[in-house]
Design a protein around this ligand. Sequence first.
Ligand code: F6R
Length: 262
Amino acid sequence: MAEVIIARDQSEAGDIAASIIVNKIITTPGTVLGLATGSTPLSTYAALARSVRDGIVDVSGVRGFALDEYLGIPAQQPQSYRSVITREVVEPLELTPEYVMTPRGTGANIESAGAEYEALMAEAGGIDIQILGIGSNGHIAFNEPGSSLASPTRIKALTEQTRQDNSRYFDSPDDVPTHCITQGLGTILRARHIILLGFGRHKARAMAAALEGPISATIPGSIVQFHPKATVIVDEAAATELANAAYYRHARRSAPWSSSKE
Ligand code: F6R
C-alpha cells in the first residue's frame, strides 16, 4: 500500500516531499527527477529551492524529465511546459538547463517524439523520484481516464474537463491545445519512487478513488496502489473523502522510522 500522509496544508506537504527528494540527492548526486507542472508541486519546488539556497543540497548533478507537454505550442511560448519548467523548476532550483528535458511537442515526425523521450529517459538510467499531481477527473500526467495501464510516452487527446481546468493559463479557453504528449502510465510505473500530491476539496473525490477504489484505467491515479514505493501526500481538504484517514494518521504517528511524523 502507498504511504499516505495527511499534512496540515500545502506548505507542510511541500516540506515533506522536498525532504524526501533532498535526502535522495544527498545520497545520489546524479538523481533523476520526474517533474510535474501545474499548481500542485509548487510548494515542493519552493521548499527545494530554499534547500538549494541554504546550501543544504548540491543539485549540480541532478537531471530532470517533465511529465508532459502540449502539442503544437512552441517551447518559447510562456504556456509551453518547457517554459513552465524553466520558470518554476530550473531557475529557482538552479538546475543545469541542459540536464532537464521536456517531451517535444512540435517539429517533424511528431509521432516518434514519444519513443525519443522514452529513449532519453532510459539513457539517463530511468526516473528515481517522480513527482505527480492528480486531475479532478483522476488523471495523472495527461493520462486521461481510459488510458492503458501499460502505456508509454505518446500523443493523447485532452478531455474537455482538463482543457477547462487549464484554461486559466491561457488568454481564452479556445487557446488550450486539444492534444498533448505525455509519459504513459507504464512509464510512470517504472519510476523507482513516486510521490503523488493532492490539495484542495476539488481533489478529494479523485484522491479517494485513486487510493481506495479499484485499480482501473478509469482512474489513472489508481496506479499508485500498484507501485512498490509510492508516497501520497494530501492536505486536510483533499483528505475529506478518504475512508481510511484515521488509519493513515495512526500509521504516520506510530512509525518510528518515518521521515514525515507530525
Ligand atoms: C502536470 C500534469 C497534470 C497535473 C494535474 C493537476 O504536468 O501532468 O497531471 O498534475 O492536472 O494539476 P494542478 O496541479 O494544476 O491542479
